[in-house]
Design a protein around this ligand. Sequence first.
Ligand code: PDD
Length: 285
Amino acid sequence: MSRIAYVNGRYLPFPQATVHVEDRGYQFSDGVYEVCEVKDGRLVDEPLHMRRLQRSLAELKICMPMSLAALRVVLRETVRRNRVRDGLVYLQVSRGVARRDHAFPPAGTAPSVVVTARSTDPSVAERVAAAGVAVITVPESRWERVDIKAIALLPNVLAKQAAKEQGAKEAWFVGKDGYVTEGSSSNAWIVSRDGKVITRPADHGILRGVTRTVLLNVLKAQGLELDERPFTVEEAYAAREAFITSASQSVMPVVRIDGRPVGNGAPGLVATALRKEFHRYSEFV
Ligand code: PDD
């Protein structure tokens, strides 16, 4: 079965699903995106993803390409046409097509919209989670507005590749101050020796992950103590547990940081429990 993409009003087989050479997403990375998990055929925490999308668009002064209701129909239709039961749906909105010129195109230029969906195998994810993943640390090299989910991801791409080349799953960015900001495509968490769950506040230094937002509710419900503050790489090395969160990985235990075992080198109890509980607190619509 050929995969189907939604491109500017049409559902097209991948070979025909193309964008214009002067699309500003292609030319300038002038656009935003969202990745939403699909579980049992339903979108996970879609309202929070849509809210973040609207915020990202507003920050970049790109208008909503269609009504929220219409966008939600397109997401579902793309999931349906690709027969995705468990997987991911990807949405990208760029500032549209215009003659190449850095400044914004004329008012009224229609934003471009692309939606794709793909299946993932939940049993593979569970196997990865049971073993835990390795992360490396890399110097923070991104712009200051990483709170906007912009498609400009070159530093993230380079960081992820560095991780891959070192046999790790994720790279954590570390600021000049020695504090971890977040992963190349995930938020970063540790559990201290005294059992506190520590993650950086969602200021301009990180993306406010939807998984992160929902997990804060899980922590509260589980009676776990949250310490929302930045943590250093040294603290992470000495932590009892570490984990990462994202729509594509849910809660993923981290068992090695820069080659050093975290805790006893196996997925921690807190991370494992949070992973198990997570979807009970998600909104399925
Ligand atoms: N990544 N930080 C960054 C830099 C991210 O790219 C992501 C998401 C997150 C976690 O956000 P959320 O919990 O809303 O997925 C944090 C998506 C999944 C991606 O790029 O594929």
